[in-house]
Design a protein around this ligand. Structure first.
Ligand code: S3P
Length: 426
């Protein structure tokens, strides 16, 4: 397992047009292409471990995948039973969405993942799917992977979810497309909406009314996707924080999705005082454009609303909290405990190691801004923890252990970070 040593940064001014493509959209491209009649063409697909695992699974399910290094073409003649165990690696999105997709497919399927994924809760999708007739099982009565699925006919449903989770919503929408009648899915707060936007764009009969999505079953195959995947705002955000915490720094992050459910962390950084501008350059399935960030003195904020819109960025935002004046507070974020690591505890312990006063709550934490101190922090196999503490290193120098996990979402992170400062990986 590799470790990284990051050196304190000097002021910088950068334009980055190679932020990793969006992970959520890339997973969906691979999966949704299996529902189309013809060849889907995907440009700028994220070539990172998580999404390449999804692409590999789609191949194992019988899709034809051609990759010329630029555009990936996917065509499918329906989902086929596979002799392989379908390995989602580290990806919660992968395994949970495949549960929805495969619940109604003919055959038997086994989904698994790495040691971290095999500890994460799956009942949130297996239970509502079982309730509509899906035959799903796994350890702890279907809560833990490996999961086995035998495709079955699914009943129409009206499901009210207690959690604002795009993974649960997407799994249920995929199931609804093959159910025996009109279905509705209601969530307590809007979660990221790529599934609804993309499937609608492919011709699915999906209507969104506030927090309620109505899905009519597919009567024919969908129109193939023709898409260029935008840059991932969750990946871009590490560099937004880098600019916000470094005096006299500025950065332009190009071609990022500006979907409102994805840029809440940038809004939070703006509330802290950073100078942030958005410029929309195109709008196909979603608005896409450039985000510019300039350093300014930061002040503490409380984050307690629309948590699902910034859940993935909270570790990086917490580095900005540590550099702000005052005590920042995160509440209503218990979902952080079931991410790639228990991110409440990994953020709190990491910041404590850097000499920051932090208080842990069951659903969040508080951070008292002060001078970050150089330390050694372990990622616990969590890509966002690894990258967040490497960004903290721009302030004071930092050693981060177990950084291989960065490859799950952002393989060129080290190369981009080394444009700002010296990074040694060994
Ligand atoms: C994702 C949804 C979110 C997010 C994850 C990606 C998606 O998870 O944290 O990184 O692509 O649907 P939840 O649905 O569990 O909130």
């Amino acid at each position: 397992m590799n470790s990284a040593k990051v050196t304190k940064a000097s002021p910088f001014s950068l334009n980055i047009d190679t932020i990793a493509p969006d992970k959520s959209i890339s997973h969906r491209c691979a999966m949704f292409a299996m529902l189309a009649d013809g060849v889907s063409e995907i440009e700028n697909f994220l070539r990172a471990e998580d999404t390449l695992n999804s692409l590999n699974i789609v191949k194992n399910l019988g899709a034809k995948v051609e990759d010329d290094g630029n555009i990936i073409k996917i065509s499918s003649e329906g989902i086929k039973e596979s002799s392989e165990i379908l390995d989602c690696g580290n990806s919660g999105t992968g395994i949970r969405l495949f549960c929805g997709l495969l619940s109604s497919a003919e055959g038997h399927f086994v989904l698994t993942g790495d040691e971290y994924l095999r500890r994460r809760p799956m009942k949130r999708v297996t239970q509502p799917l079982r309730d509509i007739g899906a035959k799903l099982d796994g350890r702890k009565d279907g809560d833990l992977a490996p999961l086995s699925i035998r495709g079955a006919s699914l009943k129409a449903f009206h499901y009210e979810s207690k959690i604002a989770s795009a993974q649960v919503k997407s799994a249920m929408i995929l199931a609804a497309l093959r159910a025996d009648g009109i279905c509705t899915y209601t969530e307590p707060e809007l979660s990221r909406d790529h599934t609804e936007r993309m499937l609608k764009g492919m011709g699915a009969d999906i209507e969104v009314n506030g927090l309620r999505t109505t899905i009519k079953p597919m009567t024919k195959l969908l129109t193939p996707l023709k898409i260029r995947v935008p840059a991932d705002p969750s990946s871009a955000f590490f560099f937004a924080v880098a600019a916000a915490i470094t005096p006299n720094a500025s950065i332009v992050l190009e071609g990022v999705t500006l979907n409102v459910t994805r840029i809440e962390a940038f809004r939070a950084l703006e509330r802290m005082g950073a100078d942030i501008r958005y410029e929309i350059t195109q709008d196909k399935y979603e608005p896409i454009g450039n985000i510019s960030v300039k350093h300014a003195p930061l002040k503490a904020i409380t984050v307690e609303d629309n948590i699902s819109w910034l859940i993935d960025e909270l570790p990086a935002l917490s580095i900005a909290f540590a550099c702000a004046e005052g005590i920042s507070v995160v509440k209503n974020a218990e979902e952080l405990r079931v991410k790639e690591s228990d991110r409440i505890s990994t953020v709190v312990n990491g910041l404590k190691a850097c000499g920051i006063e932090v208080e842990e709550f069951h659903d969040g934490y508080s951070v008292k801004g002060a001078e970050l101190k150089e330390a050694t922090v372990n990622s616990h196999g969590d890509h966002r923890i690894a990258m967040s503490f490497m960004i903290a290193g721009l302030k004071c120098g930092m050693s981060v252990e177990d950084v291989d996990c960065v490859n799950t979402s952002f393989p060129n992170f080290f190369e981009l970070l080394s444009r700002i400062t010296k990074v040694e990986v060994k």
